[in-house]
Design a protein around this ligand. Structure first.
Ligand code: FE2
Length: 424
């Protein structure tokens, strides 16, 4: 057996271990040059931005390619195609493909698969197109109010730690929640496309969001790095229904069954005038804009009528410690976000939000609601070997919302609370 065949076999073995069923063969020439080659399809599909009538499918490719999504309401009959055209052009990219499925029916299961074809430009009149490669067939259910139960799981502060991601994605699979909220600090700083694919689109090689959509909530680290403004290639912004929302495209308010989920963005953990940002940050006006967005969101009929409302943001917005750093000092960094708490906290109370799920401190903590502040605040853990690694998961059943915090290193349950329906 020659060296090329040996290398092909080793590579195929690696792909089998990954469980992704990817098919690409690195050339011996590329290996000798030390060039990293990627397979045509470089991640499973990651569902995002769910609505009653739409869903966005994102996946990574390893070479310039086009792609589309085939879907339908029967597993053996994927008779519709979402081609993702924009201004007359079909998708074409060397690392990320992103296709929006629209015109779907609420509370309906759809089956789908992605199709990817390599596409090599030679010049304006000459190109080479490869045969399509198809993913497995997966399914998802669109949002709807006419269903009884709903659920979510929350992970946070994973910071690219693949060991932690393996633990978390295995637990996510067992929990099988409707949505996974990734509550910030997915990476240490955003440096390049390869890093984003590895840490976000195929964490521990898991198809973690191929059937249950990912809801991304930014953390302070996700805004750092010279590639951070490209993050939307992997993590699309929410679509604009209202021009007033142009600066708040990371916020979401969705309703599924009896549960409404709201995503807020606390931004950086230092003030905008901190020298570390050298004048490139405007998170303080952004938090003010989100206050207006939040009030509009809480007044939407499907949110206002939800029996349960849970909000998510990376940096906690409340601290019972009077000496805690509120993110408004040049010293240190925020342990909670005072401005966000002052702007959003009263609204969350006025509209009877029951729980705010936060992250950032890398340690579990719970603050119960008080008569003045109707919402409780729970904080998830971190990612290091000796840190608490948590999944916070909530589920509505029998007319109540039950929220549990599991710590994965010890196997201990850190907390469990039951919430009654909102009265506001
Ligand atoms: Fe953080």
């Amino acid at each position: 057996m020659n060296l090329l065949n040996t290398n092909r076999r080793r590579f195929l073995e690696l792909l089998t271990v990954s469980g992704l069923g990817l098919t690409a063969i690195p050339t011996l020439q590329a290996q000798e040059k030390g060039v990293v080659e990627h397979p045509l399809v470089d991640s499973p599909p990651v569902l995002q931005c769910p609505s009653e009538t739409g869903m966005t499918v994102v996946w990574a490719v390893g070479i310039p390619a086009t792609g589309w999504v085939e879907f339908g309401t029967e597993k053996g009959k994927l008779d519709q195609i979402a081609s993702g055209e924009k201004n007359g052009l079909l998708p074409y990219h060397d690392r990320f493909l992103q296709i929006r499925l629209s015109g779907l029916k609420p509370n309906t299961r759809y089956f789908y698969r992605t199709a990817t074809a390599s596409f090599k430009y030679i010049n304006a009149y000459k190109f080479e197109r490869g045969e399509p490669e198809y993913s497995n067939v997966y399914s998802f259910v669109t949002l709807g109010t006419d269903k009884e139960n709903s659920s979510f799981s929350v992970i946070n502060d994973t910071h690219e730690n693949q060991k932690t991601l393996k633990l978390l994605t295995e637990r996510l699979k067992l929990l099988d929640s409707d949505y996974t909220v990734w509550n910030g600090d997915l990476v240490n700083s955003v440096e390049n496309a390869d890093q984003v694919v590895k840490a976000i689109l195929r964490p521990a090689h898991s198809p973690f969001a191929a059937e249950h959509p990912l809801l991304f909530v930014p953390g302070n680290h996700d805004y750092r790095g010279n590639w951070s403004r490209n993050l939307e290639l992997a993590l699309p912004h929410w679509s604009l229904n209202d021009l007033r929302d142009q600066v708040t495209t990371r916020n979401f308010a969705i309703r599924n069954g009896s549960l409404a989920l709201i995503g807020l963005d606390t931004g950086e953990d230092k003030p905008d005038h901190h020298p570390a940002w050298a004048g490139l940050a405007k998170f303080e006006p952004y938090r003010i804009a989100q206050r207006d967005w939040l009030e509009r969101a809480l007044n939407k009929p499907e949110i206002a009528s939800a029996p349960f409302i849970v909000a998510f943001c990376h940096i906690p917005i409340f601290s019972s410690n009077p000496k805690a750093n509120g993110g408004d000092s040049l010293q240190g960094f925020a342990s909670f976000q005072r401005q966000a708490g002052n702007l959003w906290g009263p609204l969350l109370t006025k509209y009877g939000v029951q729980l705010v799920v936060c992250a950032h401190q890398h340690r579990f903590h719970f603050e119960p609601a008080t008569p003045e502040r109707t919402w409780a605040q729970v904080i998830g853990g971190g990612h290091a070997e000796n840190a608490q690694v948590t999944v916070i998961h909530g589920r509505t059943k029998s007319g109540k919302l039950e929220v549990v915090v599991d710590e994965l290193h010890s196997g201990n349950e850190l907390g469990r609370w039951t919430f009654e329906k909102r009265t506001t």
